[in-house]
Design a protein around this ligand. Structure first.
Ligand code: GDP
Length: 289
């Protein structure tokens, strides 16, 4: 399995989506062996590359939620074979140092993807940039790519495949596109929120699905966005309800595309105080205390 790290906006989701070859390919059940959030699976003849989130590598160290997630990560990281560190061509910032520090702390081999090279008109600048990146860490490999132009993605997949263990596929390829519908809906809403709110995204935000009526041509569903404080609720809803409305609309469109049917999606924002400090609430969300 490959876990992806990198500061916001370097193109992590674009890259994973491009590598996976379809917008979201979610498996029906997460395997028992892992509590990772699965982003996608790239099936190759020889080996399967599974892209996952590894909680301890992505969250800021705070409070109960992190203690639990980090504990989960310590066990979970054993299933991860390689860390993919995504950086943006021409833009190294302090958050990149942070992401690199986390990647290093994993003790796993780290492959760097230098993304957005399409923006670099002068290709002669690329070699010095790759060299400078190589000086920051003893990366197992460094691959210049463009997620949006599809440049060099096969090469990156080859490099990552080299780290995947031999053996039976973690997910039978025919299961890869199966859906756990509630999970897909929640992920879709969360993705849109992340895109719309960027740094403003409340840290302890979770999305659940309360109602789901799936019939032939129509899916009716209600997603609940849980936050911890009224102030966060205001951010998620936005001025005049604008943010929540846009999130709902784009999530609905995307689900309609993915599922090939009409979707009626309601979104509610609710405040649940301190859920991230509450072990019972964490267990209810699938994290073991
Ligand atoms: P994340 O926050 O790291 O997951 O980044 P996103 O995948 O959301 O990408 C952030 C922005 O960079 C989006 O506007 C993408 O369209 C853009 N982007 C991602 N990859 C590339 C690339 O290879 N080239 C260019 N020019 N833009 C890219």
């Amino acid at each position: 399995m490959t876990t992806v790290v990198g500061r916001p906006n370097v193109g992590k989701s674009s890259l994973v989506n491009a590598l996976v070859g379809q917008k979201v390919s979610i498996v029906s059940r997460r395997p028992q062996t892992t509590r990772h959030r699965i982003h996608g699976v790239r099936n190759r003849d020889d080996v399967q590359i599974v892209f996952v989130d590894t909680p301890g590598l992505h969250e800021r160290e705070q409070r109960e939620l992190n203690r639990v997630l980090n504990r989960a990560a310590t066990g979970a990281i054993e299933g991860v074979d390689v860390v993919l560190h995504v950086v943006e061509s021409g833009q190294w910032r302090s958050d990149d140092d942070l992401a690199l520090a986390r990647a290093k702390a994993s003790g796993l081999p780290v492959v760097a993807a230098l993304n957005k090279v399409d923006r670099q008109a002068d290709k002669s600048k690329l070699l010095p940039e790759l060299a400078a990146l190589g000086a920051r860490h003893d990366y197992a490999d460094i691959v210049p790519v463009s997620a949006t132009h599809g440049d060099n993605l096969d090469k990156l997949a080859d490099v990552l495949a080299g780290f995947m263990p031999e053996g039976p596929a973690l997910f039978p390829p025919d299961q890869v596109q199966g859906h756990d519908l509630a999970f897909t809906i929640a992920e879709c809403v969360r993705e849109k929120l992340t895109r719309m709110l960027h740094q403003e995204l409340p840290y302890a935000l979770s999305v659940g699905v309360e109602m789901l009526e799936d019939s032939e041509g129509l899916l009716r569903t209600r997603a609940v966005i849980w936050v911890e404080r009224e102030a966060q609720k205001k951010i998620v809803i936005g001025a005049g309800g604008e943010t929540a409305k846009r999130v709902g609309t784009s999530a609905r469109r995307e689900l309609e595309r993915q599922l090939g049917k009409k979707v009626y999606l309601q979104t509610h924002v609710r405040v649940r105080a301190n859920w991230s400090d509450d072990p019972a609430a964490l267990r209810a969300l699938g994290y073991e205390g």
